[in-house]
Design a protein around this ligand. Structure first.
Ligand SMILES: Nc1ncnc2c1ncn2[C@@H]1O[C@H](COP(=O)(O)OP(=O)(O)OP(=O)(O)O)[C@@H](O)[C@H]1O
Ligand SMILES: [Mg+2]
Length: 234
């Protein structure tokens, strides 16, 4: 990899109760780059993100952020250091409006009017729907809101878990276009997907995770061939 990593996982192991699901994960997100973490159901992708953002303590190994050992550091502290996670399932409040959901993002010290201006510029559709109850919006619009809320705190490192889940291919393409813009603005991004080739269009690097380990890592072109094998259980 051609630049120093902003985030690095070294030999990370993690368990739920007594069952180990990550068996020594090594992964690096270079500064200002997009790394796609791909792999089938249950491979350990979400668990990897949870360890990296401090939600689950690893049973072995290290999490290094911007050259500092952050193993065991609390999620709130990592958030203060610029790490934002857009979780699987979006994490938006369906019974609140778009604007009320954005209000949640003002804890970082920004005014609601600023957060709204930023969000509606990047996602004009959210502006048109600012007073709509989020539960009545399309899945793609909800994903936009989730991203807008996360971006409001100006992350240095962004985690995206299954952006494409349940969305039509055209919507996924639109969202990945926005991910590419975010990356161009200098944010480092770790994006998890099961099997969305669209992500390879915006990723600088891709890693394939199978059974709690990274099986292959490389450029999207290099990883294309490995992908089919991973999903065929090879
Ligand atoms: N809270 C939990 N308690 C017990 N086991 C869990 C828990 N969360 C995940 N697991 C198990 O850990 C393993 C890895 O799960 P994880 O959610 O990290 O996979 P994933 O790659 O994100 O899968 P998917 O693509 O389906 O989201 C799976 O075997 C899963 O059953
Ligand atoms: Mg997952």
């Amino acid at each position: 990899m051609d630049s120093s990593p902003l985030l690095e996982l070294q030999g990370v192991r993690a368990c739920y109760d007594t069952i180990e699901v990550l068996h020594g994960v090594d992964l690096a997100v270079p500064a200002g780059k997009v790394l796609a973490l791909l792999g089938p159901n249950g491979a350990g992708k979400t668990t990897t993100l949870k360890v990296a953002c401090g939600l689950i303590p690893p049973s072995a190994g290290k999490v290094v952020l911007a050259g500092r050992d952050c193993t065991g550091v609390r999620p709130e502290e990592l958030a203060r250091r610029g790490l934002v996670t857009i979780p699987e399932g979006k994490g938006v409040f369906p019974n609140l409006t778009v604007r009320e959901n954005l209000q949640v993002a003002t804890y970082s010290g920004r005014k609601l009017s600023e957060v709204e201006a930023m969000s509606y510029e990047r996602f004009p559709r959210l502006g048109e729907r600012r007073n709509q109850l989020v539960g009545t919006m399309s899945g793609g619009e909800q994903q936009m809101l989730s991203m807008a809320r996360g971006l409001a705190s100006n992350p240095a490192l962004l985690f995206l878990d299954e952006l494409s889940m349940g969305l039509a291919p055209l919507v996924v393409e639109e969202l990945y276009g926005i991910v590419a813009q975010i990356a161009h603005s200098g944010v480092s991004i770790l994006v998890v997907e099961q099997f969305a080739r669209t992500v390879l269009g915006v990723a600088d690097y891709a890693a394939i995770m199978v059974h709690g380990q990274v099986r292959a890592i490389g450029s999207p072109a290099e990883i294309e061939q490995e992908l089919s094998a991973a999903y065929l259980g090879g």
